[in-house]
Design a protein around this ligand. Structure first.
Ligand code: TPP
Ligand code: MG
Length: 595
């Protein structure tokens, strides 16, 4: 929870929207991304002239989806929210995709809105009417944790405190706080007192009851081949560290689902992508913060348009499920995933559950001593599987090294070489996260994770938001940016230029919405129709987008399209130099194979 701001330290608020700025400052919100609009002209004035455009500072964006999308990356990088100010019903409609993505990612973003005037006698003729709704929050209510529209200036502080607390309480999520134009622009007669924020502390993290630990310890110590599946444990450093300790202690392999970065890639027991071979051998799964539990233990079958997956886990295998998913469920979208049976379900915050579980397991000294040789042999078995995987990938990389278009294996290998001695963070990557197998991230939050909501337009705003959060950290923020996703919110490039946000963008140009090419291939196969038509309505190649020119149009350094495999390394090195030395965005467009 942010520090309380002493009332005596703040300037005298004169208008309703000044009080909103007081609250933003009190909660140490650093940035408010916005595209301007009359429905929050009061708030805009307060941010600039009352708040001094500093903490929070306004960040100008060219589309509201970018404003909220930046909040997604910022929250991943910093573990706290920034704000977006969104113009009434029209801006909010643009923002909805990113709000939904933030919801599915369980990430806190404070979305501020303007509306009205709700009092019809104050509405100007024309657009005040088409831009006022009863009530505006309805538009996003199904995918925010809370929305509110305080009915007076005096009600703003309580509403804001509640909103901030809910956004940042686990499971975190976006909130929408909407302010009537009349309330924003109301001239105040005197001061509005602010509550002392210290009296509204964040709730302590939810810990498991004794029984949860007792049974977990019993089952983990009794299991012959336990396996861990982790999805968002890595959002907190304590969880990330304890997961590693747990794996080391009992020789348990980890399958990282990657919504956050949960487990070092160079760890010998990181068996991600080997689900099929690992799960078929295991007798106990410890699922940690896994929302799609059924998906995590199933194999997708997509050949011939098939939709039903194959179970990977033996019915006899037990499942312990630890997380907070049950605490945030809505009915509108089915982002609660398919229900799967489990044998022990624990509602707990893994950042406190895992360290305590490890502590208790370490106390079982006699047991650990007895079992050491069993653990060593199962560790070796798992490591052999990993070696097979890594060797197969290395072989594939060698075979594709000189392929043209450039193979993704080569692109990622070259990038890994260029970043080798840098302190880097992968702020956005590809859906399959193949790049992790070349970059070998190993530090907490070194990869910020992937988009669960799946709404395109995600990567660039999220990357710029993360790079904004890490602007003064000295870290090199890297965005491996699929082309189709980029095109939806490409004007975010301008925001990065305007606000001098350093970012290393590597455009993965396969010149296709390739994911859908595979769908069209499947359809053609099922229906006995010509497979060669799968590219129609999907390829983005005639003419191809010139991403380097797009970046230049916004004032950035850029290079490409790079088409020769032998040119990739130099292009990446040049770009890195610009990001590092000039602390600004550099973009390299690499024309790649489809996957
Ligand atoms: C807002 C939105 N529109 C459309 C889609 C459907 N869709 C899913 S993946 C995809 C292709 C993405 O292309 P790109 O980002 O270039 O990645 P690629 O599959 O080529 O690697 C599309 C169109 C979506 N997920 N979200
Ligand atoms: Mg593509």
């Amino acid at each position: 929870m942010a520090k309380a701001m002493k009332i005596s330290e703040r300037p005298q608020p004169q208008y309703g929207s000044d009080v909103v700025v007081d609250m933003l400052k009190a909660f140490e919100i650093e940035y408010v991304a916005l595209n301007p609009g009359s429905s929050f002209r009061g708030l805009h004035d307060s941010l600039v002239n009352y708040g001094g455009n500093h903490k929070p500072e306004t960040i100008l964006v060219c589309h509201e989806e970018i404003a909220v999308g930046m909040g997604i990356g910022y929250a991943r990088a910093k573990g706290k929210p920034m704000a977006a100010a969104i113009h009434n019903v029209v801006g909010l409609q643009h923002a909805t995709m990113a709000i939904y993505n933030a919801w599915c990612d369980r990430l806190p973003v404070v979305v501020l809105g303007g509306t009205g005037p709700v009092d019809a006698t104050n509405r100007r003729p024309g657009m005040d009417w088409t831009h006022t709704a009863l009530v505006q929050g309805n538009l996003v209510r199904d995918f925010v944790k809370w929305d509110d529209q305080p009915g007076s200036v005096e009600a703003i502080p309580d509403s804001f405190i509640r909103g901030y607390r809910l956004a940042t309480a686990e499971p975190t999520g976006p909130v929408y706080l909407c302010y009537d134009v009349d309330i924003q622009e109301k001239k105040l007669g005197g001061d509005i007192s602010l509550p002392e924020l210290e009296r509204y502390p964040a709730s302590l993290p939810l810990q498991a009851p004794e029984e949860g630990f007792k049974r977990s310890v019993e089952w983990l110590t009794a299991a012959k081949r336990p396996v861990i599946i982790a999805d968002t444990v890595g959002r907190r450093e304590q969880g990330f560290r304890a997961l590693r300790e747990l794996s080391d202690l009992l020789a348990i392999p980890v399958l990282d689902r990657g919504s956050r970065f949960n487990f070092p890639m160079n760890h010998p027991l990181n068996l991600s992508t080997l689900e099929e071979r690992v799960l078929s051998r295991c007798d106990l799964v410890l699922a940690l913060d896994v929302s799609d539990l059924h998906g995590a233990v199933s194999k997708r079958n997509q050949a011939m348009g098939q939709r039903v997956p194959t179970p990977l886990l033996s019915p006899a295998a037990k499942m312990i499920n630890v997380g907070l998913e049950d605490l945030l469920v809505r009915s509108w979208s089915t982002d609660f995933y398919k229900l799967r049976q489990m044998d022990l379900s624990i509602s707990a915050d893994t950042s406190v559950f895992l360290p305590e579980l490890v502590r208790r397991l370490k106390d079982e000294k006699e047991f650990l001593k007895q079992k050491q040789s069993d653990f060593d042999s199962r560790r070796e078995e798992w490591i052999d599987l990993r070696k097979e995987r890594d060797e197969a990938l290395a072989k594939e990389t060698r075979a594709k090294w000189d392929a043209k278009p450039v193979s993704t294996n080569r692109l990622y290998s070259e990038l890994a070489g260029v970043l080798k001695s840098e302190d880097w963070v992968l702020v956005n990557g590809t859906g399959a996260q193949k790049e992790n197998f070349f970059l070998y991230p190993d530090k907490f939050n070194q990869v910020l994770g992937k988009n669960k909501g799946g709404g395109l337009g995600y990567g660039l705003p999220a990357s710029i938001g993360a790079a904004l959060a890490l602007k003064d950290s000295g870290k090199i923020c890297v965005d491996i940016q699929p082309d189709g996703d980029m095109l939806m919110t490409v004007t975010a490039l301008w925001t990065a230029a305007h606000h001098k946000i350093p970012l290393f963008v590597v455009v993965f140009s396969n010149r296709s919405y390739y994911n859908d090419e595979e769908h069209q291939e499947r359809m053609a196969q099922v229906r006995g129709r010509p497979v060669e038509n799968k590219t129609i309505g999907i390829r983005i190649d005639d003419p191809p987008f010139d991403f380097a020119t797009m970046a230049k149009a916004c004032g950035h350094w850029s290079s490409g399209p790079v088409t020769e495999p032998g040119d990739v390394g130099k292009a990446l090195r040049d770009a890195l130099r610009v990001v590092k030395e000039e602390r600004r965005l550099a973009l390299v467009d690499v024309v790649c194979q489809m996957r």
